[in-house]
Design a protein around this ligand. Structure first.
Ligand code: DGT
Ligand code: CA
Ligand code: CA
Ligand code: ZN
Length: 628
């Protein structure tokens, strides 16, 4: 491929895969793709420090190609090259090579000579090739992050022609770049990849599409999307993928892969897996890179080199054997790849080189909790506070999903912005919950409950999301708290208090015997609101001691506790619940994200209390901690 591979693809060029040999027909590059290549050549020669007019010639040719009404590559291939303004002999030859082979050796060589990260610097709004080269040569800056550090350290002042104005301009440009490369929340990633997978449904020859990368690992934010295709007809899926209406730009296209940028959206990398050898592909493109490095090390110790193509036998010199001696082992499934290394299959959520390889070697990987283990949802809001669903509808939806219980947990009185409930509204709400449950019990007894319900029947549990006030007091008196099925305490105001005060507020709430759960303990919102400043170990110790459950909030902008804190909390003896914090109908799906985070935190079903039956869950809340 002539285009630069996106910054997010692996070091080894994908084209090096053995299957490149089956690259029967060379794909025809579009005018836009050709233009992009020539613009990039122009940038690269200028970055290299060659004469400016050379660079300009490439940019001019690029413009002429994108303005041309004829399909330039096809015309070249068919032997009637069009006359393009500004295209002389040198560029004419390059166009012919691109049209015939789909690649350009000159471009490949340039990309080897110039640090590719300098192209990232070029993406900073307001930075041209000349400035980038100057910054690289005088300050050694090779990436946007290094540039930002240099500007902030005042090192830019030493560069010719760079004053305070330039500093300001560059910092503004860096902010712009960040906005463009913002990482997605899990829900956004799911929506984008779901749309693409739906649109590719029915592509001739397509057997399966599997999302890989950080999304498959359910990292809390996702940079770009990686999609693996299992197909009889790679060309068909690549063609349909690059022509999707949601695609703004094709960044890269080959016979077995492509990369695109979605309209106002992320980059998506599509890779076709070689038939019968999908295992190492799945492992490689699921990552993480750190996990892959560990696997490669283990392969090496056993005398093999591991890449996405499979295992290659190493010779005495430590290099893969070649020619007649070459030996390649490939596997159709991931489990077989792990087995070849003497390991059980490691679930994608654990593949972060955070101890999972050691645990696998010692056969002590956890049996991770699954979404299907959950018997009920522990956190939701109706239109009585800041939710958008009437109580009966909320209950009906949870019941239809097959749960045995669902906690209604509207806000309490002092959270006026969220229409927190006064004690008399709590009383009225309790009556409504009671009536609903009466109806459910009646239907279940009469055998007239809707299909698809839980075999134990369904009950709406009356809870509240109890505000811990800035002075540490609780928002309802004990006599009222006592009457709820579930009390979940939260801290939304006075977030800026010093660590000792904040920690004491939580500890005080946990010592109240009516408080069952602490909701979204860190209070963060991903990308927009910092964590509370807490003495975390003291917090976990108090939760463990008082038997207070810690929520794993499944809202994709919270995911709180996060995976790292879950592991620490569990090590200190804490137990958990997973809550959707649904305010809208579709947010009931947040339980999936909550479960993913719990899995990334190495939790098993036994660690998560809402995997228990309604009876056992309620008994546990009442203080009977012996019920299994
Ligand atoms: P992201 O997109 O930033 O959220 O994170 P990932 O993990 O999806 O990373 P991405 O899209 O760059 O690459 C997908 C997978 O491909 C990654 O998880 C592991 C593999 N991979 C990519 N680059 C490298 C690399 O430089 N070295 C190794 N060993 N593996 C890589
Ligand atoms: Ca990628
Ligand atoms: Ca990715
Ligand atoms: Zn809430």
């Amino acid at each position: 491929m002539p285009e630069p591979r996106p910054a997010t693809t692996p070091e080894e060029p994908l084209e090096a895969r053995p299957s490149a040999a089956r690259g029967d027909e060379v794909p025809l590059l579009s005018n836009a793709e050709l233009a992009r290549i020539f613009h990039q050549i122009g940038d690269l020669v200028e970055l290299k420090g060659e004469l400016i007019f050379k660079a300009q010639a490439y940019h001019r040719a690029a413009d002429a190609i994108s303005d041309s009404p004829v399909e330039v590559a096809r015309a070249y291939r068919e032997g009637h090259a069009p006359r393009l303004p500004g295209v002389g002999r040198a560029i004419d030859e390059k166009l012919a090579e691109l049209a015939d082979t789909g690649r350009l050796r000159f471009h490949d060589r340039l990309r080897r000579e110039v640090p590719p990260s300098l192209l990232d610097l070029l993406a900073v709004p307001g930075l041209g090739p000349r400035t980038v080269r100057e910054l690289h040569e005088t300050l050694g800056v090779t990436s946007p992050a290094e540039l930002e550090a240099a500007v902030r350290a005042g090192r830019l002042r030493g560069v010719r022609g760079m004053g305070p104005k330039a500093e300001e301009r560059i910092l503004a440009g860096l902010v712009g770049l960040e906005g463009r490369s913002r990482r997605m929340r899990l829900g956004e990633a799911a929506e984008a990849i779901g749309g693409i997978m739906a649109a590719l449904q029915g592509t001739p020859g397509l057997r399966a599409l599997i999302p890989a990368g950080s999304f498959r690992r359910r990292r809390e934010t996702v940079g770009d999307l990686d999609l693996l295709a299992d197909t009889d007809d790679p060309a068909a899926v690549v063609a349909r993928f690059t022509a999707l209406p949601s695609v703004a730009r094709v960044l890269n296209r080959g016979v077995h892969k492509a990369a695109v940028e979605l309209e106002r959206g992320p980059q998506v990398d599509l890779m076709v897996m070689p038939e019968g050898a999908a295992g190492s592909y799945l492992v490689h493109f699921t990552g993480s890179a750190a996990h892959n490095v560990r696997l490669r090390g283990m392969a090496r110790e056993r005398g093999w080199s591991l890449s996405e193509h499979g295992f290659l036998r190493l010779g005495a010199d430590g290099e893969p054997l070649t020619g007649a001696a070459a030996e390649l082992r490939t596997f159709p499934t991931e489990a077989e790849v792990y087995a070849f290394l003497g390991l059980p299959l490691i679930p994608p959520e654990l593949r972060e080189d955070a101890g999972e390889v050691e645990a696998a070697l010692e056969r002590r990987l956890p049996r991770l909790v699954e979404l299907g283990d959950l018997q009920g949802d522990c956190h939701s809001h109706s239109d009585w506070s800041d939710g958008h669903l009437p109580i009966d509808e909320l209950a009906g939806l949870a019941r239809a999903r097959g749960y045995a219980y669902h906690v209604l947990s509207d806000h309490t009185q002092s959270l006026a912005v969220a229409r927190g409930l006064t004690p008399d509204r709590v009383e009225r709400q309790r009556r409504i919950v009671g009536e609903l449950n009466g109806r459910f019990a009646h239907e279940e007894a009469a055998g007239s409950a809707p299909e698809g319900g839980h075999p134990d029947g369904f009950r709406l549990l009356h809870g509240c999301e109890l505000e811990i006030r800035p002075d540490g007091s609780l928002d309802y008196p004990d006599e009222l708290l006592e009457r709820f099925d579930v009390v979940a305490a939260s801290l939304h105001v006075g977030r800026g208090q010093p660590r000792a005060r904040l920690t004491a507020r939580y500890l005080g709430a946990m010592r109240n015997p009516h408080v069952d759960i602490v909701c979204h303990p860190s209070g963060r919102k991903i990308g927009s609101r910092e964590d509370l400043d807490l003495d975390w170990d003291a917090f976990y110790a108090a939760a463990a001691e008082t038997g207070t459950l810690l929520e794993i909030n499944g809202s994709d902008e919270r995911l709180d506790l996060d995976d790292r804190r879950i592991r620490r909390a569990r090590a200190l003896g804490c137990r958990f619940v997973i809550g959707s914090d649904a305010h809208y109908r579709h947010e009931l799906d947040n339980l999936a994200w909550g479960t993913a985070v719990a899995r990334r935190g190495w939790l098993e079903a036994a660690d998560v209390l809402n995997t228990r039956s309604r009876e056992a869950f309620l008994a546990w809340l009442r203080g009977d901690r012996t019920v299994a």
